[in-house]
Design a protein around this ligand. Structure first.
Ligand code: HEM
Length: 475
């Protein structure tokens, strides 16, 4: 009988051990070799448009940056490299690549590339621009849990209620802030090597006056609140507003690192800048889309009449019972996410997205606007159809990466709860109290104007007609 290898091995344990040792050694060698080969091999750079020397693609940027970036993604793919003067930037335009940035490598990308204007005015230590670390964590906790948590929002309801009742027309808060919008202007010259501090576009110069005014308002309110607290103990004081709340928190809590007066001012500025145009522009887009689709207005008003009644005014407590209205807000933010490219993220170390190399310190734009209009995710993506959000899994948490108007991950919007209350309560009040239409001879224009906060290109002009039976409610 011929001896086969198996019979040989079965009768010779030392040969079997030898064979196993050789196989194991070969396997370890193979794994180490392929691992080193992969690790050592530099990842390629993403494709992207060729620019000119020194300026890169700066001369070719269009004012509608979000749709220009969407066009680039259609030509080059979901991860695109852009040379913006001396700055290297990357566009991310697919749910998979967005997930890699905002979830899989959340901590690496939880940093910001601070623009010159911000460095000049606030030093970049506010919550929006603070680098990921203990100070940002402390501010985020104060902001999300204490300042904008449901308990504080309930206490400040009367302030919001007063504002909503006094403003039964569109463009609710826009305009009050004047030139603050210059913050959102692209500082193209700032991208040229060494040109940042020179302010060649005069943005810093134009911003000086309105920013000075805003800081003066904040200083005055703080001074007022401090005087009031001098007359009574902090904890015994009646709850007034965010300012008083922060001052109390500063005295009472043992925050680490400490919540200084300068950080309080920066936080208050964030609430004004981050919370006003975003919400008011969303209200304006929503009303424009509703007025453009009378069947949506009728359906929303039927829901409001059932829940609120026609002899009553809308309260914030009603909004949990208005699923169609919530679907309207979601659909409005799908088509018009007011921060279409989020706030750019910045990796703190070299990393890989979509198989491409992304260097440390680059600026990463995530095009939520383009993803929200992707026909492979959304049926008839350009149609305003709130019903698509009824009984759907998409929410404002952004975990699906096909829909994330408030961003996603640890650097997502800190004011979602407040935005939801403000936008829904305002839109509900406008729709419940009035019928709306565009003035005779006018055409509704839904075009967008890009800015860090996107807005309607032409302000919405609409005529309200009272619809409640009890006329005393309008007094
Ligand atoms: C409809 C209204 C709003 C929208 C669509 C919106 C959207 C966003 C988005 C997209 C981001 C950036 C997320 C990222 O970079 O990944 C953001 C950040 C932020 N938002 Fe909002 N926002 C709104 C209202 C508000 C309000 C009312 C407040 C506060 C009162 C607020 C405070 C902030 C802050 C502090 C950040 C920076 C968070 C951080 O970097 O840790 N936002 N928001």
């Amino acid at each position: 009988m011929l001896a086969t290898p198996s019979t040989l091995l079965a009768h010779c344990p030392s040969s079997m051990a030898l064979l196993f040792t050789i196989v194991a050694a070969l396997a370890i060698f193979w794994f180490t070799w392929t691992y080193r080969k992969c690790k050592g091999k530099p990842r390629p750079s993403p494709p992207g448009p060729r620019g000119l020397p020194i300026v890169g693609i700066l001369p070719f940027l269009r004012p509608d940056l979000h749709s220009y970036f969407a066009d680039l993604a259609r030509s080059y793919g979901p991860v695109v490299k852009l040379q913006l003067g001396s700055k290297l930037a990357f566009l991310v335009t697919s749910p998979t690549a967005a997930r890699e940035v905002l979830k899989d490598q959340d901590i690496v990308f939880a940093n910001r590339d601070v623009p010159t204007t911000v460095k000049v005015f606030s030093g970049g230590r506010d919550i929006v621009w603070n680098p990921y670390g203990p100070e940002w964590r402390m501010l985020r906790k104060v902001c999300v849990i204490k300042l904008l948590g449901n308990a504080t929002l309930d206490k400040t309801y009367e302030l919001r209620r007063r504002e909503v009742r006094q403003t039964p027309w569109c463009r609710v808060q826009a305009g009050h802030l004047g030139n603050i919008r210059a913050f959102g202007n692209a500082q193209y010259f700032g991208f040229l090597p060494g040109a940042g501090p020179l302010d060649l576009q005069g943005v810093v110069k134009r911003m000086k006056k309105p920013m000075g005014k805003l800081y003066a308002i904040i200083d005055n309110i703080i001074e007022e609140r401090l005087k009031e607290s001098g007359s009574s103990s902090a904890s015994a004081m009646e709850f007034k507003d965010f300012v008083q709340f922060l001052l109390q928190l500063k005295d009472e809590e043992d925050c680490k690192p400490p919540l200084t007066m300068n950080l309080i001012k920066d936080l208050l500025l964030d609430m004004v800048v981050g919370g006003s145009d975003t919400s008011s522009n969303t209200i304006e887009f929503t009303m424009a889309e509703i007025i453009n689709k009378p069947e949506v207005m009728i359906k929303a008003q039927q829901e409001l009449d059932e829940v609120v009644g026609k002899n009553n005014l809308v309260e914030e407590s009603h909004i949990q019972k208005l699923p169609y209205l919530l679907a309207i807000m979601k659909e409005s933010l799908r088509l018009h996410p007011v921060l279409p490219l989020l706030v750019p993220h910045c990796p703190s170390e070299p990393c890989t997205v979509g198989g491409y190399h992304i260097p440390k310190g680059s600026r990463v734009f995530i095009n939520a606007w383009a993803i929200h209009r992707d026909p492979s995710i959304w049926e008839n993506p350009l149609e305003f159809n709130p019903s698509r959000f009824l009984n759907s899994p998409w929410d404002f948490g952004g975990s699906g990466f096909g829909y994330f108007p408030f961003g996603s991950g640890r650097r997502n919007c800190a004011g979602i709860a407040m935005a939801e209350r403000t936008v829904l309560h305002s839109v509900a009040t406008l729709l419940h109290s009035f019928n709306w239409k565009v003035p005779h001879g006018n055409k509704l224009d839904l075009s967008e104007k890009f800015g860090i906060v996107m807005k309607l290109k032409n302000p919405l002009i609409a005529v309200p007609t009272p619809r409640l039976s009890d006329t005393t409610l309008y007094e």
